[in-house]
Design a protein around this ligand. Structure first.
Ligand code: HEC
Ligand code: HEC
Length: 210
């Protein structure tokens, strides 16, 4: 079908997404009920709680969220002996009893507005932007907003400690080295792109400033 009218095209795309959501049977009310077990750590609005090491979830796509929960459940993520923080979440992922429960809670969280990851602090803005654009932007988006079509999550909504921990986890192979972790492996390869600790500090500063 060819649409010459852009508005009509978008209306069609939106309708298609809505129908797809129904076809997959995602139930936002059931997802909201499932999310009550998550509130204690991730917060009622899913913007996270750095004091508990719990990242923001709002701002991520349903696909990314469901994939991560599935990875915790199957031990693709969080099973490494060094991953003490990931292991906490592994225990929680196990409480979601079925693939439907995972899909519903992911759809519910994805329906919430993204928060802000916090303040940027001291960093070299210019270097952060240059390094980010060279090494990260192609996948995570110009403003670190993520790109679901490349499976790359939103980084702008995440807090500093979580960003640092995950980047280090990829570097050390704590995350992304499991043979079933297709997208984690892509990110693991990228975690050697920044040459110095200063570049990483500046990139994180750039991400937090978004
Ligand atoms: C006891 C606290 C706690 C509870 C309760 C909890 N989580 Fe988590 N969650 C965490 C921590 C800590 C992490 C970070 C783990 C890591 O570093 O890998 C996390 C990470 C995640 C991630 C990965 C996010 C990302 O950006 O990759 C998802 C998705 C997630 N949690 C979903 C949930 C859902 C859904 C529930 C409720 C069923 C839940 N969590 C309940 C502590 C918790
Ligand atoms: C080739 C595409 C690509 C590039 C380039 C890339 N990433 Fe990623 N990144 C990904 C994908 C895909 C994931 C999700 C992996 C998964 O599903 O576990 C990810 C995940 C992450 C996460 C974990 C987020 C979370 O919610 O847990 C962080 C942090 C991250 N990337 C930072 C960076 C930084 C910093 C750079 C630049 C140095 C970068 N990425 C470059 C594709 C990329």
């Amino acid at each position: 079908m060819i649409f010459h009218d852009t508005k009509m095209k978008w209306a069609f795309v939106c309708l298609a997404y809505t129908l797809a959501a129904f076809a997959h049977g995602q139930d936002l009310e059931a997802g909201k009920a499932n999310y009550t077990t998550c509130v204690a750590c991730h917060g009622a609005d899913a913007t996270g709680n750095p004091a508990l090491n719990a990242p923001a979830l709002a701002g991520q796509s349903a696909d990314y969220l469901a994939r991560q929960i599935g990875h915790y459940q199957s031990g693709v993520r969080g099973a490494d002996a060094r991953d003490t923080v990931g292991r906490q979440m592994q225990g929680m992922a196990a409480t979601l009893a079925s693939p439907e429960a995972v899909a519903n809670v992911a759809a519910y969280i994805a329906s919430l507005p993204a928060g802000d990851g916090g303040d940027a602090g001291e960093h070299d803005t210019r270097n952060g932007e240059v390094q980010y654009n060279a090494a990260c932007g192609a996948c995570h988006g110009a403003n670190a907003q993520g790109n679901p079509s490349l499976n790359a999550p939103n980084l702008a909504s995440l807090d500093e400690a979580y960003l640092r921990r995950q980047y280090a986890n990829f570097q050390q192979g704590i995350r992304g080295s499991h043979p079933d972790d297709k997208y984690g492996r892509q990110m693991q390869m990228m975690s050697s792109m920044l040459a110095t600790d200063k570049d990483l500090d500046d990139v994180i500063g750039f991400i937090l400033a978004q």
